[in-house]
Design a protein around this ligand. Structure first.
Ligand code: CIZ
Length: 310
């Protein structure tokens, strides 16, 4: 096994990652919010579900998931026969941390007829207590698919839950959780961005507050934002209301268009923890392996399968 030579040279580090990737029979996946240099060395970039599905189809034995804990867990739920590595163990998600399995069980006792819809930004334990999962891309469809006679508990993001309920015209019991990055975006920020960049299209993630979403030309998850950018004519400029990591991919895939962050502080700190050095170390030491209890994995898988069936 090649040993990692610390040269301080980025090209050399990238070369060594490539070499070690072959030796380990590994596939590198990077979420759309990762640092640009991590996205650039990845075999695939995407949202958490897209990446987990790629992981499940991959022929490689090892998946290096550059993202946060719940994302690597989702990959481990979908492909138990592979080794899933999360380069930075501490890369968590403050939104996912707002919900525990015990709290979901308590909610179920309070609303025994309810269908629990778990946003993908939840732990494997919470997914295991849920009936069906959803992502930012399909939350509206999933909420709409629930039998109209039954109450819906939407875990974990109250803004996404509110948006899905509004679009699907359903009543939803909202969890008191929010993404600190998206929920921090204000109406004043959007007004300022529009003043700074007039004649732009404005898009934001459904984890933003309802009053912010009202000002948007498009509300979408990262996959939907990438699609929206392609739809518009060359020369279009956009204000982007999600983590600035997505701007790298938007700009790379649409060189004839311009993308401005809605504010400079739309940065998820845990999504930026993973560096190229961490990816190298992860491959070298085969760390940190995502381990799930099989009973939890099987139950969480059934909530993900219910989503895929819709
Ligand atoms: O599901 C994902 O990957 C997240 C957290 C956001 C998005 O819209 O891609």
């Amino acid at each position: 096994m090649t040993s990692y030579q610390k040269t301080g040279n980025a090209d050399e580090l990238i070369r060594q990652i490539g070499e070690l990737k072959q030796e380990r029979d590994a596939l590198i996946l990077a979420h759309n919010y990762q640092r640009p240099e991590v996205q650039d060395i990845a075999d695939h970039t995407g949202d958490s579900l897209e990446l987990s599905r790629i992981a499940a189809r991959a022929r490689e034995a090892v998946i290096v998931f550059c993202g946060v804990q719940f994302m690597a867990e989702t990959a481990a739920i979908l492909c138990p026969e592979k080794t899933v590595l999360l380069p930075v163990r501490e890369a968590g998600c403050p939104l996912a941390d707002t919900a525990t399995a015990g709290q979901v069980r308590q909610m179920r006792e309070q609303y025994p007829d309810a269908v629990v819809v778990a946003y993908v930004n939840t732990s494997a334990e919470v997914k295991a207590e849920s009936d069906i999962c959803c992502t930012s891309a399909n939350a509206v469809e999933i909420v709409r698919s629930v039998n109209a006679g039954r109450p819906i508990i939407f875990v974990s993001d109250r803004n996404l839950g509110h948006y899905a309920a509004h679009m699907a015209r359903r009543r939803v019991i909202l969890w008191d959780g929010a993404c600190p990055t998206h929920a921090g975006l204000s109406v004043a920020d959007i007004r300022q961005a529009k003043k700074d960049h007039p004649k732009t299209k404005v898009m934001a993630h459904p984890e933003c507050r309802p009053e912010v979403l009202e000002l948007m030309d498009r509300v979408a998850g990262t996959a939907g934002m990438l699609a929206y950018a392609v739809e518009e004519v060359p020369g279009t400029a956009f204000i982007v209301g999600t983590d600035i990591g997505l701007i790298h991919r938007l700009q790379k895939e649409n060189p004839d268009k311009v993308f401005y962050p809605a504010t400079d502080y739309l940065v998820c700190p845990t999504m930026k923890l993973t560096t190229l050095e961490d990816v190298m170390r992860s491959l070298e030491n085969m760390e940190h392996v995502v381990k799930l209890e099989e009973s939890i994995r099987v139950k969480a898988r059934s909530a993900l399968d219910a989503m895929l069936a819709v």
